[in-house]
Write a protein that binds this ligand. Structure first.
Ligand code: ADP
Ligand code: MG
Ligand code: ZN
Length: 482
């Protein structure tokens, strides 16, 4: 049973600063309803749109990152429909068949499938720039039961990228992985913050061999992409198995119930009365703009960043774990530049420090929750110089640093631990009998000596294995010098 999936991924360019055609904010979150508005994004008569250059530059980064063909100029079109959250009664987009020219066409994404660790490819059909409509809010019982609807225009006019793929995806899991990879790319390029509420929506088209395609609208999380598509495969397979045919249809993903529901028959495109927007001139994309975009994209290519970590001898799952969290990658690169052992640093940042933040429910993407590279360098040194074992650093120091990432490592080192060598020396000097016993072959005397050292350095301060190792070294030197 062959499955074909193609996606339309709508991502807000939340980092564009302002809306697409006015200078209201692109990130409207946390604002009182209808306070992030102006005559342009409210569609008041006589107001004219002016393109936010930053949105075009950001969209161009995506176009370059996905190796698309970039036109000499782009053209916006109008898509007409009536809905209360669309104040102009049309949405400005880039419909190709009515004279629109999208920011790019015909590229591809090479993405890492972290389930099989294989690289996969999915072609990109085109990328459009368009504006988000406002938001309709149903209080008191949701869309079905609420006696009224509220409209909030704070989101009206926020710049969106619409990334449309070819139907190259063959499983729900791949679809999810692809979207995660695309979002990570857009995050690295400074286009969006994928963790903002409602920052992306996916429409997934899916067909099973022999049947028409079904479009599932309004999927709001990467986990739901996989769920919705799995549900659709099951539903469509049941139709096929019962001898019927799957009809071309648009469905809606109900995340709460975990099902897709029929929405409406797809409108005919004529109904949208598309035409090029006469208020907006074609926008030239200069070679200079493309060259600049290429430079930026090269510096933030996650594939290159990931492979550079692999080259340092770091296992792929740890390397990927670091790359997927930008603050941890930034700290990692700087720590390695300071001269730290790349593998120990990777383990600290990619596994144990990250795990500690998760356990504490702390935001992994907040730079302030990560320690400065000097601190990680110091931790690595403690391990590499065998002052502590890795387990001691993990169990004792990492939690203290997560509690206060700016803390001076020296101030949290367990008491007396720095002069552990001296302590061992004095125990050897003072415990003559136990030393003599050990040297004459009574191996259990070593446990007594370890106990004496632990008593002085304080419990949990140093991993007993470190003490054992240090003691054995010193005692064997003592023996050979006798
Ligand atoms: P529309 O203009 O109706 O949105 P498009 O031809 O532009 O339709 O395709 C929209 C999306 O549907 C694209 O992402 C494309 O990859 C996907 N798609 C096209 N054909 C199929 C198919 N047979 N099965 C699954 N997805 C498909
Ligand atoms: Mg479409
Ligand atoms: Zn505005």
């Amino acid at each position: 049973m062959k499955v074909m999936i193609g996606l339309e991924i709508h991502v807000q360019m939340s980092e564009a600063g302002s809306k697409l055609f006015c200078d209201c904010k692109a990130n409207y979150r946390g604002m009182k309803p209808n306070t992030n508005v102006c005559p342009v994004c409210l569609g008041l008569p006589g107001a004219l749109p002016v393109v936010n250059k930053r949105s075009i530059e950001l969209a161009l980064l995506a176009a370059v990152a996905f190796k698309c063909n970039i036109p000499r100029y782009i053209v916006f079109t109008r898509k007409h429909y009536f809905y209360p959250d669309l104040p102009k009664n049309y949405q400005i987009s880039m419909y190709e068949k009515a004279g629109g020219i999208p920011i790019c066409r015909g590229g591809y994404v090479k993405y890492l499938d972290v389930n099989s660790w294989e690289w996969r490819e999915c072609r990109i059909r085109r990328i459009n720039i368009e504006e988000d409509p406002g938001r309709t809010v149903y209080e008191e019982g949701g869309i079905v039961r609420s006696p009224y609807a509220l409209v909030d225009y704070n989101r009206s006019g926020v710049p969106l990228l619409e990334v449309i793929t070819e139907p190259d995806i063959n499983s729900p899991r791949e679809a999810r992985t692809l979207v995660e990879y695309i979002l990570l790319t857009l995050e690295y390029l400074g286009i969006t913050n994928p963790r903002l509420e409602g920052v992306f929506r996916v429409d997934a088209n899916i067909s099973i061999e022999g049947g028409e395609r079904v479009e599932v609208k309004n999927i709001g999380s990467t986990m739901d992409i996989e769920k919705a598509l799995n549900y659709e495969i099951m539903r469509q397979a049941m139709i096929i198995n019962s001898g019927s045919k799957v009809e071309r249809e648009t469905r809606h993903w109900d995340a709460e119930k975990g099902v897709t529901r029929p929405l409406r028959h797809k409108e005919y495109e004529e109904e949208y009365l598309y035409f090029p927007d006469p208020d907006l001139p074609p926008i030239l994309i200069s070679e200079d703009m493309v060259t600049k975009a290429k430079e930026i994209v090269l510096g933030f290519d996650i594939t290159i960043l990931y492979e550079n970590i692999l080259k340092l001898g770091v296992p792929r799952d740890i390397a990927w774990s670091i790359v997927t969290i930008k603050p941890s990658l930034d700290v990692y690169i700087k720590t390695v530049k300071l001269g730290a052992d790349p593998l120990v640093a990777a383990k600290i940042l990619g596994i144990d420090y990250k795990g500690e933040l998760k356990e504490r429910n702390m935001d992994l993407y907040e730079y302030n929750n990560w320690p400065p590279p000097e601190t990680v360098y110091e931790l690595v040194r403690l391990v590499v110089d065998k002052i502590y074992t890795y387990d001691t650093v993990k169990g004792l120091l990492i939690p203290k640093i997560a509690e206060n990432p700016k803390v001076d490592v020296r101030s949290i080192l367990p008491e007396k631990a720095e002069n552990i060598e001296d302590i061992i020396d004095s125990v050897i000097r003072e415990e003559e009998k136990a030393v003599k016993d050990y040297l004459s072959g009574k191996k259990q005397a070593l446990n007594y000596l370890i106990g004496m050292v632990i008593r002085r350095v304080g419990k949990r301060a140093v991993d007993p294995r470190v003490i054992r190792e240090a003691l054995e070294n010193k005692l064997s030197k003592l023996k050979s010098s006798m």
